[in-house]
Ligand binder design. Structure first.
Ligand SMILES: Nc1ncnc2c1ncn2[C@@H]1O[C@H](COP(=O)(O)OP(=O)(O)O)[C@@H](O)[C@H]1O
Ligand SMILES: [Mg+2]
Ligand SMILES: [Zn+2]
Length: 440
């Protein structure tokens, strides 16, 4: 007998009512109010990054609007009536679903919109769901605009997109917009935990957290990774297995690296790069983990002892504080910037290993870099110092110990070794720098 087909978790656990949506309470509240008070817009635009619940919400909203069992004052679809069931299967006559990613031409839109004037067959409304709507061609947008401007009263549009900035203003202004946020780490972990219980999966300590971290706020991605892990390791995946499957480096190890770098240990940088490349880890994934760790360190440093909103296991906190303290807030900003930049470039880099090595070595020098304030203060000193009239007589050696002499003066030719007044351009540049960094 054939085994029953496996349904991927993301599909099996697609939210069917508003209450099932994780991490979007603001959207749920606004939509449920609109439904219960019967103030339903002509067009909705659901925006947000991928896997946060836009398409699911479009269907739930369609169900709710056309549910045959929903009573006055309620907002959840019943999920059982013929209308709810057909919509969930994408087979309802009153709901026209269109994926603009594969149907972006004007004829595709015209064809779908042909039926706008027909009365709904069964439900209250004829609903047009256009997913990934930003993919429509210009002429397709124009065709859509004509209908969205003055739709018949029985027609509603539900548009969804990851790229609202690509949608013409004329369309945007006709829509009520709902922004989906990235789901937080702990919300994802809780939801995965919930699913594991139902599925009889027993992940080891830290597994769900590692999976959730990689998803960066996208629930579909998190569920996809959990599927992958179960396929690979069975129903009791350990953290080591998860790290192996996804080519990750464990958090403890990453923290250890950042700690060594903060002490100026350039060797640690090279050794780490060697390990990542030689053991076939996914370097982009490792950099993503490092960026996320850098961000946590920044939060720790910026929080100044207030640990609220810092989403890490309690036993990691002391170490995080120590490392954050060594870098200092300036160092951490630099760290986060360099790592983010490296992560963005690494996939396309001709020599990714060199890029990673140089980035990490640079990070090992952060401790020896002076803060911008110090540098500016020193520039300031130069600007304010008295101007020597006879520039060939070197007074500067008397007014300043050699070690504190600013670099440019040191390198300047002997005849110009005194302090000269800053040019207008230099002064402006200095002022601009100070303004930018809030130094007075
Ligand atoms: N907010 C959420 N709450 C619960 N599950 C979600 C959420 N967002 C996404 N998912 C999961 O991911 C799958 C795909 O979600 P979908 O609504 O298609 O995302 P989007 O359209 O924003 O890319 C769903 O079937 C569900 O399993
Ligand atoms: Mg979608
Ligand atoms: Zn129903």
């Amino acid at each position: 007998m054939a085994e029953p087909a496996y349904t991927v978790l993301a599909r099996k656990y697609r939210p069917a009512k508003f209450a099932d949506l994780v991490g979007q309470p603001h959207v749920v509240k606004a939509l449920s109010n609109a439904i219960t008070t019967n103030r339903v817009a002509q067009a909705f635009l659901l925006t947000g990054s991928r896997g946060t619940g836009k398409t699911s919400t479009a269907r739930i909203l369609a169900c709710a609007l056309n549910c045959m069992e929903r009573k006055e004052g309620q907002f959840e679809p019943c999920g059982k009536c013929a209308s709810c069931r057909d919509i969930a299967r994408s087979e309802d006559l009153d709901v026209v679903e269109m994926d603009a990613a594969s149907n972006s031409r004007v004829d595709d839109v015209r064809e779908r919109l042909e039926s706008v004037d027909t009365r709904p067959a069964r439900g209250r409304y004829r609903l047009f769901i256009i997913d990934e709507v930003h993919m429509l061609s210009t002429s397709a947008f124009n065709a859509l605009l004509k209908t969205i401007e003055e739709p018949p009263p029985h027609v509603k549009f539900i548009l969804a997109t990851t790229n609202p900035e690509k949608i013409p203003e004329t369309i945007l202004s006709r829509c009520q917009r709902y922004d989906f946020r990235r789901v937080t780490l702990s919300e994802i972990v809780d939801w995965l935990d919930n699913i594991c219980r139902i599925e009889d999966v027993q992940p080891g300590d830290g597994v769900l957290r590692a999976v959730a971290e990689m998803a960066e706020g996208g629930m579909r991605d998190a569920l996809g990774r959990l599927d992958q892990l179960i396929a690979f390791s069975g129903v009791k995946p350990s953290l080591e297995e998860a790290e192996r499957v996804f080519g990750l480096v464990g958090r403890a190890k990453l923290l250890e690296l950042l700690e060594s770098l903060s002490r100026g240990d350039a060797r640690a940088a090279v050794l780490f790069a060697e390990e990542v490349f030689d053991s076939g880890k996914d370097v982009a994934e490792v950099l993503a983990s490092l960026v996320s760790l850098a961000r946590t360190l920044l939060l720790v440093a910026a929080g100044g002892g207030d640990d609220r909103g810092i989403d890490v296991p309690a036993n990691e906190l002391p170490k995080l504080k120590e490392v954050a303290g060594t870098y200092g807030i300036h160092g951490l900003v630099y760290l986060a910037e360099l790592l983010t930049d490296c992560r963005q470039r690494v996939r396309r880099a001709a020599f990714p290993r060199v890029l990673v090595e140089t980035t990490l070595v640079k990070l090992s020098m952060v401790g020896r870099l002076e803060s911008l304030e110090t540098l500016l203060a020193r520039l300031d000193d130069v600007a304010d110092a008295p101007v020597s009239i006879a520039s060939n007589i070197d007074h500067s050696a008397e007014t300043q110990p050699a070690s504190e002499k600013p670099k440019p003066a040191q390198n300047a030719p002997a005849s110009d070794s005194g302090n000269r007044p800053l040019s207008e351009r230099e002064k402006n540049a200095l002022d601009a720098l100070k303004r930018q960094f809030g130094v007075s």
